[in-house]
Each structure stands twice: as structure tokens, then as C-alpha cells.
Design a binder for this molecule. Structure first.
Ligand SMILES: [Zn+2]
Length: 104
């Protein structure tokens, strides 16, 4: 048994962080090292390792994640400047799929 991934621990509320949004499939929380005024992480509750592990069975989750991100962009009035980023390989520090949403 390997040690649990950080995001699974956050999702199970074993690790404290600032949760911005959650539902039965998705969680949104603040990046502990923000690179902009708004820097949120959007992750599925399911442990999917990376962008390359997504398949057609994850389409519903992806659609939901997209809608959640759109509503946060609108809610935080970031329409004038935002980035939605998937990191992979050496750029992905936590092996649990997540999108970064950055905006100012
Ligand atoms: Zn995980």
C-alpha cells in the first residue's frame, strides 16, 4: 500500500485546505502557492492520474469540470484575463488530475 495522494486526502477532508466549491464529482480549492490573484485547482473526486489517463468514460466529469470553471470565471469576473491549465510529466507535481485556473 502506497501513501495516499495529497488531493485524495484533501477530497476526503483528511487534509485541511480552503475549499471553494464541491459537489459529488468535483472539488475546487485554493493553490497553496498562488501564482496570481486567483489561483484555484479543480479536481475530480475520482483518482485519475493525469491528462493522458482521461478516456471517453470521463467525458461527463470533463463536461462538469468545464461548467464549474466557467461559472467561477464569471462569478469572480475574470472574463478579461484567465488561464486554464493542465500540467503533465515533470510539470505535474501532484499525480491526481487537476486543472489550474488563474486570473487577475
Ligand atoms: Zn488522488
Amino acid at each position: 500500500m502506497t501513501s495516499e495522494c495529497l488531493f485524495c486526502s484533501i477530497i476526503k477532508k483528511k487534509t485541511q485546505t480552503k475549499i471553494v466549491y464541491e459537489d459529488k464529482d468535483i472539488m475546487v480549492f485554493s493553490d497553496i502557492n498562488p501564482k496570481n490573484r486567483v489561483h484555484l485547482l479543480i479536481a475530480p473526486r475520482e483518482h485519475i492520474k493525469s491528462f493522458l489517463d482521461l478516456s471517453s468514460k470521463n467525458i461527463l466529469i470533463l463536461t462538469k469540470m468545464t461548467k464549474v470553471i466557467q461559472s467561477i470565471i464569471r462569478g469572480k469576473k475574470l472574463e478579461g484575463g484567465y488561464q486554464v491549465i493542465f500540467n503533465g510529466g515533470k510539470y505535474q507535481h501532484i499525480p491526481h488530475l487537476h486543472w489550474h485556473l488563474l486570473g487577475d
